[in-house]
Design a protein around this ligand. Structure first.
Ligand code: 5GP
Ligand code: MN
Length: 360
């Protein structure tokens, strides 16, 4: 079993999935929840946990999506685990908050249709009708996951008190709703404003929501081979949506036209404008909230030392490397495109010359 590197930033979830015979959610979900002592603390019967994780895994496989599938769920949960244990965030959270955080990561894209919110709205899907065009997918991921918990044999929160359940539910709802990309800029701006205050007070729910959002878009900050594989799979999912849009006579959504999408260029943009700023604000936030837990009170003579706590940030080097590779790729793509255009022009000229020749 490939679980020995579970604490690493660039953990290979693809190998885990192979080792786990295509059930990474079940293996990782079980492993993580037991590592954090959740099974014990919240008295989760192990058979019930297995049923729940099995149902979640099934839902992720329902639409056979190239990207939004059980591997993505496991990847986001593992990244959440990395942040919880390697930055020390877990020490700032209660057991119930850790439980909610892990479950939210596991279910955050449950029954994803492989199409975007915009596609749901534009095609007038059932889900869009049900959720009035607002955070259509995210609302579904949450609602359908809580529906699993209604079945006794899958109810992993059956031994929580009423108060605990209310808090768990509120946290999971807040966290998963905040994975809607349309809240991205507002979310970052709000957190930046809070962190710029003289005495920043970071709300727990806002903090874990930002962490989940970052885990969700973290593959461009992982080792190149992993990031490249995720990119290929996400783009294939987008292109399939494009195929549907063509069939329905809808305009192409961004990145969905398989014949006219500049992958390398768009990835550079996604990294620079979305991923890098997110990771920056998230790490600033983590350092702010974790500093008081790490500043050691010194002895009376020297007084307290004002040492700002710093977390390790393995994503920085990955982001630099991945951007560099995409930039090289973009140059190559440009050259190929220019060459093709030239070839086309030459062909056109030859055709018109030939035509002139026959007219004369
Ligand atoms: P999710 O759908 O996984 O909950 O939210 C993450 C969103 O971030 C995706 O739907 C997608 O829009 C965006 N995203 C994630 N990875 C990439 C990427 O590599 N490139 C681009 N352009 N968008 C991405
Ligand atoms: Mn996701």
């Amino acid at each position: 079993m490939k679980l020995q590197t579970l604490d690493e930033w660039s953990f290979d979830v693809f190998s885990l999935s192979e080792a786990a015979q295509g059930t990474p959610v079940k293996y990782l979900g079980y492993d993580l929840l037991s590592r954090y002592g959740m099974i014990h603390k919240f008295k989760v019967p192990t058979a019930i946990l297995e049923n729940f994780l099995g149902k979640v895994e099934e839902g992720y496989c329902r639409y056979r999506n190239p990207y939004h599938n059980n591997l993505h769920a496991a990847d986001v949960a593992q990244t959440m685990h990395y942040i919880l244990c390697r930055t020390g965030l877990m020490n700032w959270l209660t057991d119930l908050e850790i439980f909610a955080t892990l479950v939210a990561a596991l279910i955050h894209d449950y029954e994803h249709t492989g199409t975007t919110n915009n596609f749901h709205v534009m095609s007038g899907s059932e889900a869009a009708l049900l959720y009035n065009d607002r955070a259509v997918l995210e609302n579904h991921h949450i609602s359908a996951s809580f529906r699993i918990l209604r079945e006794d044999e899958c109810n992993i929160v059956q031994n929580l008190s009423i108060e605990e359940f209310r808090e768990f539910r509120t946290l999971v709802i807040d966290m998963v709703l905040a994975t809607d990309m349309s809240f991205h800029f507002q979310q970052l701006k709000n957190m930046k404003n809070i962190l710029s205050l003289a005495e920043p007070k970071v709300d727990k729910s806002k903090a874990v929501s930002l962490v989940l959002h970052c885990c969700d878009i973290s593959h461009p900050a992982k080792r190149w081979d992993l990031h490249h594989r995720w990119t290929t799979q996400l783009l294939e999912e987008f292109f399939r949506q494009g195929d549907k849009e063509r069939e329905l006579g809808l305009p192409f959504s961004p990145l969905c036209d398989r014949n006219n999408t500049l992958v390398a260029e768009s990835q550079i943009g996604f990294i620079e404008f979305i991923v890098e700023p997110s990771m920056q604000v998230c790490s600033d936030m983590l350092e702010t909230i974790l500093t008081p837990l790490n500043v050691k009170e010194n002895n009376e003579e020297s007084g307290p030392v004002d040492r700002t706590f710093q977390i390790i940030k393995p994503w920085i080097a990955c982001l630099v490397e991945n951007k560099k590779i995409w930039k090289e790729q973009a140059i190559k793509d440009d050259e190929i495109r220019a060459q093709k255009e030239q070839d086309h022009k030459k062909e056109d000229n030859e055709i018109s010359n030939n035509a002139q020749g026959t007219n004369e």
